[in-house]
Design a protein around this ligand. Sequence first.
Ligand SMILES: CC(C)(COP(=O)(O)OP(=O)(O)OC[C@H]1O[C@@H](n2cnc3c(N)ncnc32)[C@H](O)[C@@H]1OP(=O)(O)O)[C@@H](O)C(=O)NCCC(=O)NCCS
Length: 176
Amino acid sequence: MNKAHDRAAFTCGEYALDRYLKQSAGQDLRRGLAVTYVLAESTTPDVIAGFYTLSASSVPLDTFPDETARRLARYPNVPVALIGRLATDIRYRGQHCGSRLLVDALIRICTISETVIGVSAAVVDAKNEDAARFYEHFGFTRFQHSVPPRLFIPLKTARAAVQPLLPKHSRLPTDI
Ligand SMILES: CC(C)(COP(=O)(O)OP(=O)(O)OC[C@H]1O[C@@H](n2cnc3c(N)ncnc32)[C@H](O)[C@@H]1OP(=O)(O)O)[C@@H](O)C(=O)NCCC(=O)NCCS
């Protein structure tokens, strides 16, 4: 996201998400709380078709389903990348902008997890049930008892899905 993007014009139908983009995204970036990524067409680079945010986070291991927890970590907390917000403008709805944003987020998370910082799962905060179903459509699983819904996908699963799209040679030597 940069100053050329017309944040004021963005409307996704969820007031809190629109307001976040207009009022809080810049401040969160400066404070190191979240980075906002936007999707825009090359012909209209100032028009925001959609956006998502990424933050580092961690989730207690015992909140994952038992079977997943066994495979995920041996520590009490699991390092995750949090897709805190994701939305598409109503003018771009149903044009696969949401899926492009989600795939872009997973590609970034898989890339940094191989090269920069350990991440075991991607976690999303869904605003409501409808949004949760969007993420389930892409293979995310719900955390039990989370209201509003919170979902995850193990990075191993995400990596298998986006592997063909990952930048070549993204894996750096891990020996130091
Ligand atoms: C949820 C949202 C991001 C979907 O964006 P979109 O651009 O319309 O989605 P896409 O066109 O990329 O849809 C991709 C696929 O997901 C499916 N899908 C979209 N919304 C869905 C929903 N609510 N439930 C289930 N599936 C859904 C589509 O049918 C499509 O399926 P296909 O690949 O089999 O054709 C958009 O509706 C939105 O911004 N909503 C308001 C904000 C919000 O709720 N954000 C999410 C939580 S913060």
